[in-house]
Structure formats: C-alpha cells, structure tokens
Ligand binder design. Structure first.
Ligand SMILES: C[S@@+](CC[C@H](N)C(=O)[O-])C[C@H]1O[C@@H](n2cnc3c(N)ncnc32)[C@H](O)[C@@H]1O
Length: 259
C-alpha cells in the first residue's frame, strides 16, 4: 500500500507526482505512442542490459521486461516514484528482471559503458540538459543506443501559454524547439540521430483513455473525486494545461554511441 500523503503534501506536488498519486501509469507527453516509438528504435534483445532513468512508476521498465525478457535498471530521484515503482514491479511479477533504485540523471550511479540501451522518457528537462545527456551517453556501451522523449513547442506558444505552462504548471522545466534537443544529444556524442514527433495528448480525454484504458481511467477518476484535495488540484491543473496543449508536442530522439 502506497504511503498516504497529507493534504498539504498533495497540494505541493508537481503535476507528475500528482499523476502518480492518483494512479496514472503513463506520465510523459507522448503517452504509450511515444513509448512505442522508443521501443521500435531501441533494438532490445533478451540479453540486453537496459537503463530506464527517471522511471516514474516503472510502467516502461515493466513493459520492457515483459516484452523482451531483458534486465532493466529502473532509477528515479523521487522517493515517491520509487515507492510506487517498486510496488508495481512486484505486482507485475517481474522483480527478477527489474531493479528499482535511487539515481540522479546528472550523476548516474553506474560505471561507464554499463548498458546496451539507455532510455529517459520526459526526464532531462527537469535537469541540467547537457549534463543529463552526457551522463546517459557515458553509461551506454560503445555501439549502444540512447533514447529520450522530450517536450517541445510544436508551434510558437503565446506568451500566456508559455508563462502558464513553464511558470505555473511546471516551474523550472526547460525546453524549447526540436533543434535544441538534437543539438544537445549530438553534442553529448551521439551519432545517427533520428527523431519522431507528435502532439501532446497525455492530458486530453482521448490521450488519457488511450494510455490508461477505460477501467483504469474510471479508477483514476474515482480517486480524484474521492478526496477533495485531489479534486481541487485537478481543477487547478486542467484549465492551465488546456491553455498550453495546442502548442505542445513530444519528440522522441534516438542515437547511437559510436563504437
Ligand atoms: C514526467 S515524469 C516521467 C516518468 C516516466 N519516465 C514516465 O514516462 O512515465 C519525470 C520523472 O523524472 C524523475 N526525475 C526528475 N528529475 C530527475 C533526476 N535529476 N534524476 C532522475 N530522475 C528524475 C521524476 O521523479 C519523475 O519520475
């Protein structure tokens, strides 16, 4: 059973931790569609060693273990996420393949060249982006793959949309245009960079349903309406997200560490 947070703690959560608390499993801008785009490019085999950094509640790590039978190190900086990730891995019956441990994308607790595949879905934008990208590349073996999903502005946002999203909804988050991401990963040493883009649908009704499925959506809704602080937080969040959604998108970036 996950630790029950006090109302004050819930109010102070960033939107991603709040999504985890109400039971959302897919917590990145491209939803399951962008995870598919990542996995199509990752070339994971059963013998691969995979790192999922900023794993959230471990949805992608569990999927990789189930789909490919590969070993996955799932790391995150947040104790709240780590608690939920650990519980989900146990419940999914993949604890023999997925390990959940604390880790900071800016200083990963692994030797150089440890992993065949390194994935970060919606993480580097919370950190020093060049440092995070360099760390992902450092822990990848030569010839291995690095894949990331990031936010970007699909079209230039209005000043209001930019301020609401980066100033109120996700203060401190940093991202801009697609070319900036390509530049960051290319400067980190990746070659053969490949990108795929799409709309930000995680918080639209269509995206929410596609990512979580009907039964799980109903569970999330009951947790939202079942606790006033959840309902108040959602009521604050949704109209602000709606202002930014038309301008937001995701980009999947995939590259190879030169052999
Ligand atoms: C938007 S959520 C994405 C979660 C997960 N990757 C997913 O797609 O569902 C961002 C995650 O990055 C984690 N995070 C933020 N800064 C981090 C850092 N410096 N190192 C590792 N994880 C970090 C957060 O705790 C959170 O779990």
């Amino acid at each position: 059973m996950a630790t029950k947070l006090a109302s004050r703690e819930i109010s102070d959560l960033d939107p991603y931790k709040f999504m985890a608390v109400i039971g959302k499993r897919v917590i990145h801008p491209g939803g399951r569609a962008s995870t598919e785009a990542v996995l199509r490019r990752a070339q994971i085999s059963a013998s691969a060693r995979v790192l999922d950094v900023g794993c959230g509640v471990a949805t992608t790590a569990i999927k990789i273990a189930r789909l490919f039978g590969a070993r996955v190190a799932a790391v995150d900086i947040s104790p709240l996420m780590l608690e939920r990730a650990g519980a989900n891995v146990l419940a999914a019956g993949v604890a023999d393949l997925v390990t959940v441990t604390p880790g900071d994308i800016e200083a990963l607790p692994f030797e150089a060249a440890t992993f065949d595949v390194v994935i970060a879905e919606a993480v580097t934008m919370f950190a020093d982006r060049p440092k995070a990208a360099a760390e992902m590349v450092r822990v990848t073996r030569p010839g291995g793959r690095v894949l990331a999903t990031e936010f970007y502005w699909r079209k230039p946002p209005t000043p209001e949309a930019r301020q609401v999203f980066l100033g109120q909804v996700c203060p401190g988050m940093q991202f801009d245009a697609l070319e900036d991401w390509v530049q960051i990963y290319s400067s980190a040493g990746l070659t053969g960079l490949d990108t795929e883009t799409g709309p930000f649908e995680m918080m639209t009704p269509h995206g929410f349903l596609a990512d979580e499925g009907l039964t799980h959506c109903l569970g999330i809704m009951s947790r939202v309406v079942g606790r006033p602080v959840h309902a108040r937080k959602m009521a604050w969040l949704m109209p602000r997200m709606a202002k930014a959604v038309p301008y937001l998108g995701y980009v999947v970036i995939a590259g190879i560490k030169p052999a």
